[in-house]
Design a protein around this ligand. Structure first.
Ligand code: ARG
Length: 566
């Protein structure tokens, strides 16, 4: 509807210009908004204010002219208000049409003019030999939701992962292994990935505390980078342990990737690219190191190769960025990466631009996640909380809170996903397990409960043999609460399009909450299952069914289960 209306306004304006009523000027960007308060209609346009000057008329005059042109549309009412806003009110028939399209599975619907793209969304990107922590969870939730939303709106999406399987942290872990655990039988360790995370933390700590270890570590790192076969074997084996654990987590979280990239492979590609980068003057030699000097652009200096010849993070990202476009033919490349790498990614994109690579690359940054009361659960004195700890603790909470739940794990994972997704990516989260599972808050279980409640209403109706097939009755007069509910349903398509452009996946969580709220207030006011009044009952059941469908879709896009029972 939004896009149609925007188009109509564009046509009306062109018509006025064509007729000479308004002077000719370039067509401005035309947008209609949802007014803050629904008493001002369904949509409002401030275009008259924006173009008054060019039109050489007062905003009110322009608004009136447009209103005249638009009045023939299917609106109940079009109104001009001071200082020049145009408000559009929808007729009852519109609401029934939305309902019909949901019932016919034609919803959400997007404008035919929507240009679909091939997009790669790179997310998760954990480092092997380190713990998968709660910040990684947030990344997975944002990334997978983005993938789902883009796919829903028709884009072809490649979900990609980029495993950090090389670099200093790996060498540290390997050093820790051979120095402090060489005599142990590692095969019998049950949670090998957790063990590696601990060895890595332990190694870091030892090196910090004891400068002598620094030398020994450096020696091992060099040996490893030079390709020592024994260390290479240890690396392969332990990397496998981490990968197995990541896979387990992804299965549990219900996500999968179409492509896996590895830092160890991109490192080779980066080294091959170096001569060309040097020749083009994109990077330069400096004291034996190779750097990109971006001070001119206020982006500092990025070291790509150290003095000792070892490749750094940025060197690997250059060939990878190219590969994504050249090998996969994508239009857009999205990086879901910790916000602390904001400067780094700007540097990377600038280097690529200087290299002559002009493609659409977008960084979706997200902030840090802490756990309320998590100090006691952190895996070392830093504040790394393993994802596993959060998941297990939340399952325990849910099990005690909903003792009859057929699937507490599903509820718990829904609670965690929702609690993280409801925050804008730019805000820090202090995760509160207790809070996340409350039935009476802005939580996953609250929304899931609304879904389950609907399921039980539909079951009850079936029991009483009240059916609801067929088209909604077009001229039925709707109650305000019914309209409110449909209105919310009708916002779903627009919302998905908005997220497609802005990547603000938290809006999906907010939407689900509002839809659940609207459902409850509708249900409290309007009798649904009513044997005395089967016709109205049937009509309302259509609404209930539609609400369930859209709520289920919204949950599904966020990767949250929609349970029939809780
Ligand atoms: N593995 C990296 C880290 O943990 C994140 C990778 C982000 N993606 C990229 N293309 N640089 O910091």
């Amino acid at each position: 509807m939004k896009a149609i209306l925007e188009n109509k306004i564009r046509e009306a304006l062109a018509g006025l210009q064509g007729a000479g009523t308004l002077p000719a000027f370039d067509m401005p960007d035309i947008r209609v908004e949802r007014p803050k308060d629904e008493q001002f209609g369904e949509y409002t346009a401030s275009i008259a204010l924006a173009i008054a000057k060019q039109a050489q008329k007062s905003p009110m005059e322009v608004a009136e002219l447009l209103k005249e042109k638009l009045a023939s549309l299917d609106f109940e009412k079009v109104e001009v208000v001071q200082p020049g806003h145009i408000n559009f009110y929808l007729p009852s028939g519109y609401f029934q049409k939305v309902l019909a399209s949901v019932l016919q599975e034609k919803y959400p619907a997007f404008p035919v003019s929507l240009k679909n793209e091939k997009v790669m969304v790179e997310y998760s990107q954990p480092n092997t030999h380190k713990e998968f922590h709660i910040g990684h969870l947030r990344n997975v939730f944002i990334g997978s939701t983005l993938v789902n939303v883009l796919r829903k709106t028709g884009d072809v999406v490649i979900a990609a992962n980029y495993i950090g399987d090389t670099g200093t942290h790996i060498a540290k872990c390997l050093w820790g292994l051979v120095t402090f655990h060489s005599g142990e039988n590692l095969e019998v360790i049950s949670d090998k990935a957790e063990f590696l995370g601990k060895v890595y933390s332990e190694a870091t700590q030892k090196i910090e505390e004891n400068p002598e270890y620094e030398e020994a570590f450096k020696a091992l790192q060099q040996k490893f980078e030079a390709g020592d076969p024994e260390l290479a074997m240890l690396w392969e084996k332990t990397k496998g342990w981490s990968m197995d654990e990541f896979q387990k987590i992804y299965t549990e979280l219900g996500v999968s990737f179409d492509e896996y990239f590895f830092e160890s492979i991109e490192e080779e590609a980066g080294k091959k690219l170096l001569p060309e980068l040097l020749e083009k003057g994109v990077v330069e030699k400096s004291d034996g190191a190779i750097i990109a000097n971006l001070e001119k652009y206020d982006l500092g200096v990025l070291v790509l190769v150290r003095q000792d010849g070892s490749a750094l993070y940025g060197l690997k990202d250059i060939p990878l960025a190219k590969k994504k476009f050249e090998q996969f033919g994508i239009d857009r490349s999205i990086y879901v990466v910790d916000i602390r790498q904001n400067l780094y990614l700007k540097q990377l994109f600038k280097i690529l631009e200087l290299y002559g690579f002009h493609e659409k690359m977008i960084h979706c940054g997200y902030e840090f996640v802490a756990l309320k009361g998590g100090e006691s659960m952190s895996s070392r004195k830093g504040n790394v909380i393993p994802a596993r700890v959060l998941i297990d603790e939340t399952i325990t909470k849910v099990t005690s809170q909903f003792p009859e739940s057929p699937d507490p794990e599903k509820i718990a994972l829904g609670a965690i996903r929702f609690a993280m997704l409801k925050h804008g990516a730019g805000s820090r989260i202090e995760f509160d397990i207790e809070e996340s599972v409350r039935l009476d808050g802005a939580t996953g279980p609250y929304v899931q409960y609304a879904y389950a409640r609907i399921a039980s209403i539909l079951a009850k109706a079936a029991e009483k043999n009240i059916s609801f097939s067929g088209q909604p009755v077009q001229d039925r007069v709707l109650e305000e609460k019914e309209k409110d509910l449909i209105r919310e349903i009708a916002k779903f398509s627009e919302l998905l399009l908005e997220i497609r452009e802005t990547y603000e996946v938290h809006k999906l969580a907010h939407y689900a909450l509002r839809l659940a709220d609207r459902f409850h207030s509708f249900y409290n006011e309007c009798k649904v299952v009513d044997e005395e009044n089967r016709e109205v009952s049937g009509e309302r059941l259509k609404l209930v069914f539609a609400a369930q469908k859209v709520l289920g879709e919204a949950l599904g896009l966020m990767g949250i289960a929609a349970p029939e029972k809780m």
